[in-house]
Each structure stands twice: as C-alpha cells, then as structure tokens.
Design a protein around this ligand. Structure first.
Ligand code: HEC
Ligand code: HEC
Length: 439
C-alpha cells in the first residue's frame, strides 16, 4: 500500500508528461447494428408523434444541421416553434421554462465503453441492479432495453419541458402528472398506443422484430431500441483526420499538430479527455458559468445546477459535470453544460483557467430564444458565483493566445464529415403525417 502511495505521489509531482495517443477505434468497439432496425428508428427519431402535443421530435433538439444539438445555449422544448436559431416561443402555448441544460451531441453512442449518460451521469450502467442500470426511476425502471442508450429514451418523453407538455394538455402529460409511468395506461403505454395505431409503423415493427406478431405487442422498449439503433448507426464517428493519426495513416497540418502536442502534453487536456472518445467518463468541477432555470429538486426553490452532486449527494461532486467526448466538438456549440460560450476559442481559454474566467465572463456569448424568464439569477449573485469558483479543484494551465489557436485547430480535426452528414439522413416524411422538424 505504501509503495502505491509513493508511486502516485511521484507521478503527480512530475507535472504534465506527454501522454501516448490512444489506440484507434475499430468495429469491435461498437455494438453491431441492424440497418432495418435503424431505418425504423430514423422515422421515430424525426416524428413528433412521440411528444404529448405532437409538436416536438427528438430531432427538434438533436438535429444534424447543428451537430446533433440545436445550436442554442438552452433548448426550448414543448411550447416552441421552428428549430435551431429560428426557434421561438409559441405565445399561445408558452413553455414553463427553458430546458436547464445544453442539448448534448449524439456521436458514438454505440461505443460499448459508454457507461454514463447526461451531463450529470444520472443514467449509468450498474450491473448490481436488475435492469443493469442506475437511473432516477429506480423501481419504475423497466427491463428489456437493448442498452443504456435505449433506456435513455424513456426520459425526454416524460419531461414536460422537453416532450410531454404540461398539466392537462394531453393524455401523456396527465399520466406523467399522476405519476403513472409503467403498465397499462401509463405514459409509456400511451405513447406506444399512438405508434401501434399507425399502420405503417405497425407493419415495420412486425418486420423488424420477430417477437412482435401483432400491433398490440409493440412496447415502448421496442420503440426506444429502434431509436437507439438509429442514433448508433447514423452518428458513429471514427473517420476524422484525428482517426487517421491514431491509425498511423496521416499527420495533422502544422497548427493542428502543435495543438495535438499541447493537448497530450503541456496543456494537460488528456488528463480528463482521454481515450479514443476523448473522455474519462468521470466528473469534474470546471467552473462553467450557470444560466437558465437550473435544476432544483421539487421541494427546493433556486436556480443552481449542482451537477453530479444532485445524483450522489457527495460534497466532492458539487458543480461537477461529466467530461464530454470531444468528437465533432467544433460543430456542437454553444459549449459547456449550460451553453455559456458560443465561441470555441473563448471556451478553451476560459476552460484552462476557470476561476479567473468566471470573474471576466462575457454573457454576450449565449444564444437564447427570446423568452421572458430569469436567466442570470446565479451570475447576478456574487455568493453563487463564488461557490462555483470554489468547487474548482484543478490548477490553472497557462495557455497563450497562440496556444488556444493551436488547440482549436486540433479540435477542428476531430470533425468527421461522414458522421456530420449521417448515413440515413433526414426522412422527407414520417408515418404519422406530422411535420418533420427542419431548419
Ligand atoms: C427539448 C429538447 C430535447 C428533446 C426534444 C430531446 N432531447 Fe435529448 N437531450 C436534451 C438535453 C438538454 C440533454 C442533456 C440533459 C441533461 O444532461 O440533463 C439531452 C441528452 C440526450 C442524450 C444523452 C447524450 C449523452 O451523451 O449523455 C441522448 C442519448 C438524447 N438526449 C437522445 C434523445 C432522444 C432519443 C430524444 C427523443 C426521444 C431526445 N433526446 C429528445 C434535449 C432534448
Ligand atoms: C480536469 C478535467 C479536464 C481537463 C484537464 C480539461 N477538460 Fe475539457 N472538459 C471537462 C469537463 C468536466 C467539461 C464539461 C464542463 C461543463 O460543461 O461544466 C469539459 C468541456 C470541454 C469542452 C466543451 C465540450 C462541449 O461539448 O461543451 C471542450 C471543447 C474542452 N473541454 C476542451 C478541453 C481542452 C482543449 C483542454 C485542455 C486545455 C481541456 N478540455 C482540459 C474536463 C476537463
């Protein structure tokens, strides 16, 4: 034991050392996908029929045109019109609030190594539980999901602000409000019923899944397994210029190569953005400015977002968020869990010295739909800002403006045009006949 401690001390006291590049991704790193299943999932992903008021699809917030996000700092779900930068609130059906966090990109979700989802990791692989997952639903958790990615789909469809809609607007939001999620007449069953009643979906489900012999057998788990297959197939991303470097087939242009050396060397980025997905799948407090409604528990009244702390209750997790994968990061702005920056250079220089950056934070970098809500309750309160700064434990890294340019040039080489364009693309129409979200 003592030897181990000495060894750890020795490593940390040496300062940053140039780290080795990870091994390239191969087919073995990804779950196999059936194209038939993915094609069914494609229709569901773009179909607003899964949302309470039939207005919001997954693609409303996860659109290929915006790097599988929505181009906004914080999304507007139910109660919005249009997508991306054109999204406006619907005055006749006002949303209650913005979605409290930035919509995450959906690249490489089929990678077997992924074991946590969401900015706070509230859905995670846990083999000690019957469903194999730890989620906020605990005993309501249903079995039969093909993967953690499939299980994730249960959540946006229940959220009033994202897809379900509010109070008594529709049968799904009513079921959510009653707390009836599972079983006959539960929220997931009501969503499945809508799908069962559309003949084109019913036919396709029976063709894709052997265990479905009649429409009434289509369950929410089948819907979410199909959507997961689609996301995994559509946005696998392992053919960027960076991948060519990992497999020894190419080198990067000069500035990007300097950035790569900084990333794996002096700038210390690899200590968290490690492995071929550029994430340690762990949580760190990085002093990101907080805007929007925050994440208070039902009995609380504040605009804070304490990140991982909300899941574990451990002080060490206060304001810590998941290290995101940096694949295609140049396409996925605004950046940070609340989308506080829409300029990647500003993000990177702030990220290297987060405490100092919090004090100089320039709010003009956010991209928000015009909506009369309190967005800056936290940043307007010096004690709250101090709490975010105090949680940061990393030592600042000195990066010059030239270094920032080089780091950003490196990040741009993580862009993979195959994944950016997708494989199946955007369907022209969906079986419900509802409008496919298009910019
Ligand atoms: C109103 C916007 C909105 C809609 C609609 C929406 N999402 Fe999301 N999505 C988000 C936001 C915001 C997050 C991050 C939430 C968090 O971390 O708390 C997210 C996170 C995710 C993640 C986790 C990614 C990761 O790396 O951890 C997946 C997967 C995902 N969404 C898929 C879907 C699917 C599938 C649908 C449709 C059933 C959907 N989303 C509908 C906004 C949306
Ligand atoms: C101590 C761990 C750690 C180190 C070191 C680190 N990062 Fe991060 N990085 C994170 C975490 C955690 C986040 C998410 C923070 C948040 O949103 O609250 C993040 C977010 C990012 C993002 C935004 C991604 C997005 O989708 O919003 C970029 C870009 C990024 N880091 C690049 C870098 C670069 C370049 C370096 C080196 C200069 C670096 N990181 C060093 C942990 C780290």
């Amino acid at each position: 034991m003592r030897n181990i401690l000495v060894y750890i001390f020795f490593i940390t006291s040496m300062g940053p050392v140039a780290a080795e590049l990870p091994a390239p991704l191969t087919n073995d790193d990804f779950r196999p996908v059936s194209i038939k299943e993915a094609s069914l999932g494609q229709l569901l992903f773009y179909d607003p029929v899964l949302s309470g008021n039939k207005e919001v699809a997954c693609a409303t917030c996860h659109h290929p045109k915006f790097g599988t996000g929505d181009g906004l700092s914080l999304s507007i779900g139910d109660g919005g019109k249009g997508i991306g930068l054109d999204r406006i609130v619907d005055q006749s059906n006002l949303p209650e609030q913005r979605v409290p966090r930035n919509a995450q990109p959906l690249f490489n979700l089929g990678a077997k190594q992924i074991r946590i989802l969401f900015h706070d990791g509230r859905v995670e692989v846990d083999i000690s539980r019957p469903s194999g997952l730890r989620t906020p639903l605990e005993e309501e958790m249903v079995n039969g999901f093909a993967s953690i990615v499939s299980a994730q789909t249960m959540f946006p469809v229940l959220s009033g602000d994202e897809m379900a809609g509010h109070y008594s607007e529709n049968e799904i939001s009513e079921a959510v409000r009653r707390g009836t999620l599972t079983g006959d007449g539960g929220a997931w069953d009501l969503i499945s019923k809508r799908v069962r009643l559309i003949p084109e979906y019913a036919d396709q489900f029976m063709k894709v899944y052997d265990h479905i012999t009649k429409p009434s057998e289509i369950e929410f788990t089948d819907i979410s397994n199909a959507i997961a297959a689609f996301m995994e197939f559509e946005w696998r991303s392992d053919t960027s210029p960076y991948d060519a470097v990992l497999s020894g087939k190419n080198t990067l242009p000069r500035l990007a190569d300097k950035g790569l050396k900084l990333f794996y060397g002096e700038a210390g980025c690899v200590s968290c953005h490690s492995g071929a997905l550029l994430t340690d799948q762990d949580f760190h407090a990085m002093g990101q400015p907080q805007l929007g409604p925050g994440k208070a528990a039902r009995f609380q009244n504040h605009s804070r977002d304490e990140g991982r702390f909300r899941v574990t209750g451990l002080d060490a997790d206060k304001y810590a968020f998941r290290t995101p994968s940096l694949r295609n990061v140049a396409l996925t702005g605004p950046w940070g869990h609340a989308g506080a920056f829409s300029n990647l250079k500003s993000f990177v220089s702030a990220h290297a010295d987060p405490r100092a950056a919090l004090i100089d934070y320039d709010r003009s970098g956010v991209i928000l739909t015009d909506f009369n809500t309190v967005d800056w309750a936290i940043m307007d309160n010096p004690a709250e800002v101090q709490a975010i700064a105090d949680a940061v434990r990393i030592k600042p890294v000195t990066v010059s403006s030239d270094d920032v340019l080089a780091l950003v040039a490196f990040l741009e080489n993580l862009t993979d045009t195959a994944a950016q364009n997708g494989r199946l693309g955007i369907p022209k129409s969906v079986p419900s006949g509802l409008k496919v979200p298009t910019p």
